[in-house]
Design a protein around this ligand. Structure first.
Ligand code: COA
Length: 260
């Protein structure tokens, strides 16, 4: 599919979705959120796609936030609708996708940009990256999951400080807080993402989807993570991937998983 604000490509089982509004530091306007929804959905439904990488175009920004020019005159009801729609189309949608999503944070990840990175299943960053939730400096609060996902990732006290100060942290600090898993030079960021993706792709994508759902259950109201794990563990025994994985092990050969 052709998009105006993003580029979506598939190579060797990896879908790379690049937010492409560099003149606006890849800020997320309504159209971009809609296109991201379509691209993530399309990649998730593509049986050939085993891992999705999301990144920003240009050398400066992953995403510098939601597009402030679009909501500056919103009413209370419109503000609520903006956040709810964002969760539905992008942030919760990505967090609950059954295909693994890696955010390759290549520069500023602010506000909605950091929230998008946090909705991904994990993050890596280039050493020029800067991350923060500056919303309170604009008189608003994070509305795309930041108040929930940042404490989950770095702990309540650190999240409170980042949110209250509206400040930015650098990539090394993000690494030390566990907000990102690896930091590398900018020109090596996508190679690193692809090499991690290659390790993921050797495994059962059916089992990985079940693992994502079980891990996410811990963070969802009304779901017991341990019960979800037991359920998903049991279901795995009925899959072709499980038959192949265990048979290959016993036959001392590499598994060829049928996959999703
Ligand atoms: N929404 C809309 N436009 C944005 C934007 C955003 N979140 N972030 C950057 N832009 C636009 C700027 O308005 C500017 O557009 P212009 O050239 O048409 O004036 C362009 O992107 C470049 O940004 P600029 O501010 O000139 O770059 P800089 O290097 O001086 O500063 C930042 C970089 C990231 C520090 C700064 O752009 C910034 O603070 N952005 C807003 C971050 C934010 O508060 N995000 C949370 C939103 S809830």
């Amino acid at each position: 599919m052709n998009y105006d604000n993003i580029i979506s490509e598939v190579n060797n089982g990896i879908a790379t979705i690049t937010i492409n509004r560099p003149s606006k530091l890849n800020a997320l306007n309504k159209a971009t959120i809609q296109e991201l929804h379509s691209a993530f959905k399309e990649a998730d439904e593509d049986k050939g796609v085993k891992v999705i990488i999301v990144t920003g175009s240009g050398k400066k920004a992953f995403v510098a936030g939601a597009d402030i020019s679009e909501f500056a005159d919103f009413s209370v009801a419109q503000g609520k609708e903006l956040a709810a729609k964002g969760h539905e189309l992008l942030f919760d949608f990505v967090a609950n996708l059954s295909t693994p999503v890696i955010a390759a944070v290549n520069g500023f990840a602010l506000g909605g940009g950091l929230e998008l990175a946090m909705a991904a299943h994990f993050r890596i960053a280039s050493n020029n990256a800067k991350m923060g939730l500056p919303e309170v400096s604009l008189g608003v609060i994070p509305g795309y999951g930041g108040t929930q996902r940042l404490p989950q990732l770095v702990g309540k006290g650190r999240a409170m400080e980042m949110i209250m100060t509206a400040g930015m942290i650098d990539a090394q600090t993000a690494l030390s807080l566990g907000l990102v898993n690896h930091v590398t030079a900018q020109e090596e960021l996508l190679d690193l993402a692809e090499s991690i993706a290659a390790k993921i792709m050797k495994n059962s994508s059916v089992a990985i989807s079940a693992a994502i759902a079980a891990v996410n259950a811990n963070y969802e109201d009304g779901l017991n993570g341990f019960e979800q794990e037991i359920q998903k563990f049991g279901e795995a025994f009925g899959t072709e991937d499980f038959k192949e994985g265990t048979t290959a092990f016993l036959e001392k050969r590499k598994a060829e998983f049928p996959g999703k």
